[in-house]
Ligand binder design. Sequence first.
Ligand code: GAP
Length: 516
Amino acid sequence: MSQNTTLQTEELFKKIISHSKEYGFIYPSSEIYDGLSAVYDYGAYGAELKNNIRAYWWQAMTYLHQNIVGIDAAIFMHPTTWKASGHVDAFNDPLIDNKDSKKRYRADVLIEEHITKLQEKINKEIEKARKRFENFDENLFRSTNPRVKEIQEKIQQIEERFKNALEKNDLQEIKQIILDCEIACPISGTRNWTDVRQFNLMFATQLGSVADEANTIYLRPETAQGIFVNFLNVQKTARMKIPFGIAQTGKAFRNEIVARQFIFRMREFEQMEMQYFVKPGTEMEWYEYWKEARLKWHKALGFSNDYYRFKDHVKLAHYANAACDIEFKFPFGFKELEGIHSRTDFDLSNHEKYSGKKLQYFDVEENRRYVPYVIETSVGLDRLFLAILSAGYKEELVENETRTVLSIPAALAPVKAAVLPLVKKDGMPEIAQKLWEELKYLGKIIYEDKDTIGRRYRRQDAIGTPYCITIDNETLQNETVTIRERDTMQQERIHISKVYSYIEEKTSIKNLLRKL
Ligand code: GAP
């Protein structure tokens, strides 16, 4: 029986972090020097899983759509790019320090966490009442119970004040909300806060040898701008007609103030972004279309629906006229996994203004030129990696022993199958090696002949290998092998000549794409 429900969320999260390290998924960066805050390296299985996630995204975007093509732009861009995009002036987080603990926080995160706590109080009241009353009506309870109504009103007031303060960039008011909500520092327990200040998240460096202002360039904080500045190049050379999309995966860098929660918030991370260029006025239709398409893409991985929800943005980014997140139920609660933004013509128009070059599309059907509007889908590869580990990590009691298993979707699993001779004699290793030679074109396949078969199964369970193929005495007699499925531990016997097509059918990204 799965014990995940009995694992406390904090405990589950800690287990995922140590499991990731122990089994070669993720290590702290430069660990021999005690690591670097919020920077991580991917190990043997982590790198495979990451590659598979990226391939699933890339193929879903560029192979399944005739009108989406991919590019690979440089990380360094002309510095004016970031002036035009608004990042130099507006890519800030409001930060606040606690004077006693000397700890630094994002002021907006402190307020959001306070709101989440209030919501949890409401949920507790609802659960208590649900147990007490038969035919419990949650909506009626929410609208009539005085305690719930009081908390709900408080939440609304805070949200309203917070939204206004963000819109007006009123840092004094943000501090006042923190004081009025009596939010205390989790370390010192005091409310002795500094003023709120804005902090730009871009990393700057120097190009060439002369260290003056003109040579300052930035590590890109999003991959999207590489797409915008190449909009006309791609449209012309790939002969694209509106609506069309440009997709890209690659590293992005942000000097995050609150760099906690493992690979959820990193300073160097990878994004998978797609900009969909549309005729002005049609952007809301496409916004709705991409919201649904992206949710479907996530759900095709097979985790239950209650891991996902949409959340509309309270404060729209400087470039957006509509925006929402697909949130995922991480061990520390629902948090953003992917952003879907209607970015208007903000980026292309600003690049026109700053570069003096036209970035317009000639619409043959309408016989007019215009700057297209853009719908963006943007998902963090590392965040999706964490989502897959969090939903996939299970501890089960099997014959009085704990079995740890990573139920990673088979098409994304770092190792597609393991080939295991039951014993190291009677020609079994030779048959297994031959089978490995055949299967190796399907992805990473492990050959292993050390330890008892039970131990070898457990090791494969722990890295999420969906199928273990065992060569045993019966193989010698009738050329059949057993295939053990990771999640159910069920075994079936098939002829050795059928193994290739069996593993291909169950683990190929192609078949995952067919669900879309
Ligand atoms: N181009 C739009 C953009 O960058 P965003 O909401 O700031 O939008 C998009 O980022 C996605 O990138 C997020 O949904 C998240 O998955 C990922 N992401 C953002 N910051 C991150 C960080 N510090 N560490 C890991 N992933 C991050």
